[in-house]
Design a binder for this molecule. Structure first.
Ligand code: EPZ
Length: 419
């Protein structure tokens, strides 16, 4: 398994191109199962999770034609709801996103339950609640979810007790082919949900209100072909913004926009980081001292849980104390003991972490545990004295395209070593 060897202490300077969002690409690839006409997705990130989703839909008979490193054309004309191999499904929770499209198009689906996850229990009850509200009968048996709607799905009202990105996407994709009107109440408002709706509308779906808590969908009998440019990855952008901030450097992030950072941008400014728009994207610079600030993760438009670990790495070298509260996932502090190995001073109390800033971190071997935790270790390694070795970087490759190469181009001393 590859590892990254980082020598810290270099100020980053240069340009980073931000790619399409992994969390927008995955549901849009799954959505290709809804129709029998080709759809082309552009600005696709070259990350392992996208590869897994393309392999998965290929197993359902979707023709997958790569037209360049960041474009793919998907044609589900000959697709079926035959079962996919567990070996592919177990690699990634987001494979669950094929359930909605399969039952909507074929009237039945049997999909493996997603496996365990480092960041929390992550139940799927809201996905099942959505399909039940659209008239499907749903069963859980022997590690599989079966959903049946032999007469097809019918429009319904889906009321979520709490906003879930995945369950909102499942509900939206299923309702697109349901007879009549559907309403999703307390829907997730993430930009990736809105981007999925835009993709479905480009294919002929009738959706209103995506990006708000209330989404209305008028079912159609079938979808047509179309194309979609995938939204830039706000989590990738936020990660590089922290890389500039933690090294006291300056980076221009192209292919994204300042407003994509939303609450994370505001938090960075409170912490002493300067951000301003450019013609190609945004500039991030940290000319002066950092400030310790508190953050609370929340569903969009709140501070993204997918940037909590990266922000914690930044706060480890800020002058005072900061409290970081995680409210979306119950176990998303796996990076804390690893950051402590680098000399960080962090104490955990339930869903909160108290970070007391230290004057310097020191390099050490550390272990990646999940996608965002692993990148926080890389960010800490960029400022730690001496050498940091991040093991099991396959976690990183799941969601970051060429992270080490992009950082090297901006002056970082990083090398990837096999085995
Ligand atoms: C999406 O996961 C993202 N993944 C996650 O990004 C992200 O952290 C999360 O949204 C929150 O923003 C993708 O888009 C592929 P949720 P998802 O359903 O859809 C609970 C990354 O690092 N819940 O909004 O799985 C759940 O346990 C990944 O890129 C239920 O209780 O997240 C959690 O506490 C990690 N029942 C909360 O809702 C359900 O049926 C929010 O989860 C579904 C969710």
């Amino acid at each position: 398994m590859d590892r990254l060897i980082i020598r810290g202490g270099r100020r980053l300077e240069g340009t980073v191109q931000v790619r399409g969002a992994k969390n927008a690409a995955l549901p849009q690839i799954a959505a290709s199962l809804l129709g029998a006409a080709p759809i082309t997705l552009n600005n696709l990130p070259d990350v392992a999770d996208v590869g897994t989703m393309l392999t998965l839909i290929g197993q359902y008979g979707v023709q997958v034609d790569r037209s360049g490193p960041s474009s793919v054309t998907l044609n589900a004309a000959n697709a079926s709801n035959a079962e996919a191999a567990y070996d592919v499904v177990r690699r990634m929770r987001a494979t669950l996103l094929v359930l909605g499209p399969l039952v909507a198009r074929f009237g039945a689906a049997r999909v493996s339950m997603p496996g365990g996850c480092a960041i929390g229990a992550r139940p799927v009850d809201l996905h099942l609640k959505a399909l039940t509200a659209l008239g499907a009968t749903v069963d859980l048996e022997a590690g599989y979810i079966t959903a049946k709607a032999s007469q097809g799905l019918r429009g319904g009202r889906i009321l979520f007790p709490s906003p879930s990105v995945g369950a909102t996407e499942t509900a939206m994709m299923a309702a697109v082919l349901a007879r009549g009107e559907s309403e999703i109440v307390n829907a997730a408002r993430e930009p990736e949900v809105r981007d999925l709706a835009q993709c479905l509308i480009a294919l002929g779906a009738r959706i209103e209100g995506a990006g708000t808590h209330q989404i209305r969908i008028q079912g159609v009998s079938q979808l047509q072909g179309g194309r979609q440019d995938i939204l830039p990855d706000r989590v990738e952008a936020g990660t590089y913004a922290v890389a500039a901030a933690i090294t006291g450097g300056q980076l221009e992030l192209t292919g994204t926009r300042l407003e994509h950072l939303a609450a994370v941008g505001e938090a960075l400014e409170r912490a002493g980081v300067r951000l301003w728009p450019t013609d190609r994207g945004l500039m991030v610079s940290r000319p002066g001292p950092l400030r310790s600030i508190d953050i609370v993760t929340e569903p969009y438009p709140g501070f993204s849980t997918d940037l909590q670990a990266q922000f914690m790495a930044l706060m480890t070298i800020a002058p005072d104390e900061s409290t970081i509260r995680e409210t979306v996932f119950e176990n998303r502090f796996m990076h804390v003991p690893e950051l402590a190995r680098l000399g960080a001073n962090i104490s955990l109390q339930g869903t909160s972490a108290l970070v007391r800033g230290v004057s310097a971190l020191k390099g050490a071997p550390v272990m990646a545990t999940d996608l965002r935790a692993s990148v926080s270790l890389v960010l800490a390694g960029l400022v730690a004295e001496g050498e940091t070795v991040v093991n099991r970087v396959y976690h990183l490759d799941r969601g970051y395209e060429a992270l080490d190469r992009k950082l090297i181009r901006c002056g970082a001393d990083i090398r990837r070593a096999a085995g």
